[in-house]
Design a protein around this ligand. Structure first.
Ligand SMILES: *Cc1c(COP(=O)(O)O)cnc(C)c1O
Length: 457
């Protein structure tokens, strides 16, 4: 008797199969791609995978950049970068790994170049309402470098350095060395400051969750990871720790070759597990090109050690503000076992107006991203409400005027009865609104208008 079970061929198929070749999220860059850069032509794999080599050859100024990409770009680009660096509020630091992921045939449009190397010709004037510490982290700090904003969680900044520096750093008020534009607020790794932070954390029974950030936890020495991890795990009120680091995205080599650091992190994760406390890594990938075969190997190593990694992305114009890029990023993160956690609408940081998008971009992208993969691998799109309101679901605005670019948020569990305003970048507004923002009296009028309409969304 012939089987009545349908074969794969004759099941009426609503969803046609997808060609393997179109599954771009699985196609990770492998091989000695760095050898495309003349300076790295002779660099072998062992050297390139050595985190010390990466750190030592990181690029911190224009002469070094020039030396590394000589012959790849024209003098016009170099000049543009030189002037861009001079006006950047942020220190600059780029690893050879990132440098070799940039498409130097088309440096103006490359999404990694845009994030790391400022070009004078691409800068746009700041919105009049931008400030240096837009999240007011210092205002919510009982101890310098410890921000206690939410009831049960706090942000601990043990140090002020990072493996690479971004143009759009939300902590440019403290991170990196003084630049021509900004004198920094001092948060260097100082154990007496740490002890005051630990004492405060221990004195607050409501605190359960500590984000160890910076700066960047990658730059903590192994002994410092151990000290911070052990001290915090010992506090009975603490249930959850996160080490926040851009490391996996900018220098996955460290996870592969800095065994002392990774072993220290692993011991804290294991110690936490025995105490039934969660210890995880939070990282920061922004573009699918930042995820390579080297990343996958590094993330595999973390997976084997039972270390959970979550990702926070910053939405940036011309970097990841297209549907295709954002969907590919989310799928690729899931593919290497990194959970997309948050997508931040860009903070109101000075000097990077070319990177900001209107809130609407986030709302549109979210609609397209949700449904492309597992729900737990779908990030929540948030606005970190300027002025200290904390993270708000991008869709939860009380009012959004797309003409003036003003959106209004509330944050009842952080500060009841306060309205928080986000401002779309001027370049995204119609010309009439741009004109209104040029006049201080009009600025206030637009803000008052928006506030008067709260509740009418
Ligand atoms: C983001 C943040 C946290 C952690 O918030 P989650 O939503 O739990 O990720 C804690 N404190 C501050 C000040 C923060 O900005």
């Amino acid at each position: 008797m012939a089987s009545t079970l349908p074969t794969v061929e004759n099941v009426p198929s609503l969803k046609p199969p997808v060609e393997e070749a179109t599954l771009l999220h699985k196609q990770l860059l492998r091989g000695p791609f760095w050898q495309r850069i003349p300076t790295y032509r002779e660099v072998g794999e062992a050297e390139f995978l050595d985190h010390r080599w990466q750190a030592k050859h990181s690029i911190t100024n224009v002469p070094k950049l020039l030396a590394a990409i000589e012959g790849l770009v024209d003098e016009k680009f170099i000049d543009d970068a030189r002037q861009g660096f001079a006006h950047a509020p942020m220190s600059v630091r780029v690893s050879p790994y990132l440098l070799s992921l940039i498409d130097w045939q088309n440096p103006y449009d490359d999404p990694l170049r845009i994030q790391f190397i400022p070009l004078q010709s691409r800068l746009l004037p700041d919105h009049p309402r931008l400030e240096l510490d837009s999240l007011h982290e210092r205002a919510d700090a009982p101890v310098p470098g410890l921000t206690h904003r939410y009831v049960d969680k706090a942000l601990f900044l043990p140090l002020d350095t990072c493996p690479v520096y971004f143009r759009f750093c939300t902590r440019s008020y403290a991170v990196g060395i003084d630049t021509e534009e900004v004198e920094k607020y001092d948060l260097h790794a100082d154990e007496s400051r740490w002890q005051r932070a630990f004492a405060y954390i221990g004195s607050r029974p409501e605190l359960e969750d500590i984000v160890v950030s910076g700066g960047d936890a990658y730059n903590l020495r192994a002994a410092q990871v151990t000290l911070i991890g052990e001290t915090l795990l010992k506090l009975p009120n603490i249930r959850r720790l996160r080490f926040a680091t851009k490391g996996p995205a900018v220098m996955p080599q460290k996870i592969l070759t800095d065994d002392a650091w990774l072993d220290a992190v692993t011991r804290i994760v294991d110690a936490g597990r025995k105490l039934h406390k969660e210890v995880v890594i939070h990282t920061h990938f922004n573009h699918p090109n930042e995820i390579t075969g080297i990343t996958e190997t590094a993330m595999d190593r973390l997976m084997e050690r039972g270390i959970t990694v979550r990702n926070q992305t910053v939405l940036q114009r011309r970097v990841n503000d297209s549907m295709e890029t954002m969907k590919l990023l989310v799928k690729r993160l899931g593919h290497v076992n990194v959970h997309p956690y948050y997508l931040y609408v860009h903070d109101l940081v000075k000097g990077v107006e070319d990177l900001r998008t209107p809130l609407q971009t986030a709302l549109t992208l979210e609609k397209h991203v949700r449904g492309t993969t597992a729900g737990f691998n779908t990030p929540t799109f948030v606005v970190d409400a300027p002025g200290g309101g904390g993270k708000r679901d991008a869709h939860s605005f009380e009012y959004y005027d797309r003409e003036s670019g003003i959106s209004v948020f509330t944050s009842p569990s952080v500060h009841a009865n306060t309205h928080y305003l986000y401002f779309d970048p001027l370049h995204a507004l119609p010309p009439e609104s741009q004109e209104r923002w040029r006049h201080p009296a009009e600025q206030q009028r637009m803000i008052d208008e928006a506030l008067s309409k709260v509740g009418t969304r």
